[in-house]
Design a protein around this ligand. Sequence first.
Ligand code: FES
Length: 110
Amino acid sequence: MGSHPVANQVANAVYICICNGVTDHDIRQAAAAGCKSMPELTMRTGAGGNCGSCLEMATEVLDKARGMRLAIPSGTAVRFEPGQTREVTLVALGGKREVYGFRQEVMGKL
Ligand code: FES
């Protein structure tokens, strides 16, 4: 019998920012909540706010979170109110991995 996928994510988390105890899971969770840039990630999690040695790795994890979607049934949603946090699971987009978004932040291949 398998364990819960979110529990597996937390158990397998890797510390990206040692100064602030921020894991890759924390970064993906911030991305799922709408975080799109390193300055925003620093404000939300503290990652990169001290020595800065984690900036490159944190940016890479944040960038890789693009092209992911919430693992929720089609036609449903997860609502985030300001200041609210939730546990969510992300899965990689399939198909051609091309995205054309309303904000035009990604317009083509991921
Ligand atoms: S390791 Fe992230 S600020 Fe120092």
